[in-house]
Design a protein around this ligand. Structure first.
Ligand code: PBG
Length: 336
């Protein structure tokens, strides 16, 4: 056969312009959500040993400056995690008017108006002495996470976050019915325009370890396997997602991201009409950092390849500690 091969896939890879023009996936700062730690009772940013180059911010002009810098890079969405000075068994500081997250939301709302989309992580683990994502109760001397008691607290936290100016509430507790409980509480109080981005499919993952150091939120006893999903399961994700959709979630999330690309694809294929977020979590961040610091991987190429993979799998938005760097790198052109 003369001229064989007639079909040559390599033609589409011939030079950068052809590759860029025919690329199936793109990545812009609009796809990025920046996670930010805000801590009560500090005045200057603090380093986090397990997450090189990530800081905990005080609720003051230094936080504003950080968000401003990211705004300049094109990042319009942030998700806030609060680290309170006070913890108890009922997460009281999570729904106090003057809680750290409420103060940060008000400051950013007053400063930026509608320029920044403010997302509030909604959970109890950073605010409870026991560090669980709900209320702990006992049957005899055996503890359990009381699902329906927890719902009342999660609804209260969500409402106080909406009152403080959050555009989006992001429940991350994996309690059954939490999306519905929050939706009802918000609607009852005049916040029917407040969105819910649900951590619908959140696995019981080792990759949250650096975050737990960052947010001081490791469980004091037990673990999260009775509420977060088993890493061996993927189809169960569709059950979690169906329930969240029924309960009124606006945006869905899969977490972690890099280790669960199959789940991202599965959810996107089955619920294409819902915006899907994926969370590139702390451990996924720190693994890359460690390899980069050892000189084993090129940071820019590694991060862009992984982030594009998460987009390719089907995520519309990516929560990533690398957001500031990614925004810079993509403005210089992608290395493909
Ligand atoms: C719970 C929450 C966690 C993360 C986000 N929200 C921790 C957990 O479930 O233990 C982890 C994020 C990360 O690892 O980057 N409030």
């Amino acid at each position: 056969m003369k001229g064989y091969p007639r079909v040559r896939p390599r033609r589409l890879r011939l030079n950068k312009n052809i590759r860029d023009t025919t690329a199936e996936t793109d990545l812009t700062p609009n796809n990025l959500i920046l996670p930010v730690f805000v801590k009560e009772n500090i005045t200057t940013p603090e380093k986090i040993p397990s997450m090189p180059e990530i800081l905990r911010y005080p609720v003051n002009d230094l936080l504003v400056k950080f968000i401003e810098e990211n705004y300049e890079k094109g990042i319009r969405s942030v998700i806030l995690f609060g680290i309170p000075a006070f913890k108890d068994n009922f997460a009281t500081s999570a729904f106090s008017k003057d809680g750290v997250i409420q103060k940060a939301l008000r400051l950013l709302r007053d400063t930026f108006g509608e320029k920044i989309l403010l997302i509030a992580d909604e959970c109890t683990d950073e605010y409870t002495s026991h560090g669980h994502c709900g209320i702990v109760n006992y049957r005899g001397d055996k503890y359990y996470i009381d699902n329906d008691e927890s719902l009342k607290v999660h609804a209260k936290i969500a409402l106080s976050q909406a009152e403080a100016g959050a555009d989006v509430i992001a429940p991350s507790s994996m309690m059954d019915g939490v999306v519905g409980a929050i939706r009802e509480e918000l609607d009852k109080n005049g916040y029917s325009d407040t969105l819910i981005m649900s951590y619908s499919v959140k696995y019981a993952s080792v990759f949250y370890s650096p975050f737990r150091e960052a947010a001081n939120s490791a469980p004091a006893f037990g673990d999260r396997r009775s509420y977060q999903m088993d890493p061996r399961n993927s189809f169960e994700a569709l059950k979690e997602v169906s329930l969240d959709v029924e309960e009124g979630a606006d945006i869905l999330m899969v977490k972690p991201a890099h280790t669960y690309l199959d789940v991202i694809r599965l959810v996107k294929q089955n619920f294409p009409q819902y915006p899907l977020a994926a969370y590139h979590v702390s451990g996924e961040y720190s693994m890359i950092k460690a390899a980069v610091q050892s000189g084993w991987l090129d940071e820019r190429r590694t991060v862009l390849e992984i982030t594009f993979s998460i987009r390719r799998a089907g995520a519309n938005m990516i929560l990533t500690y690398y957001a500031p760097k990614i925004a810079e790198w993509i403005s210089e052109g992608v290395p493909f």
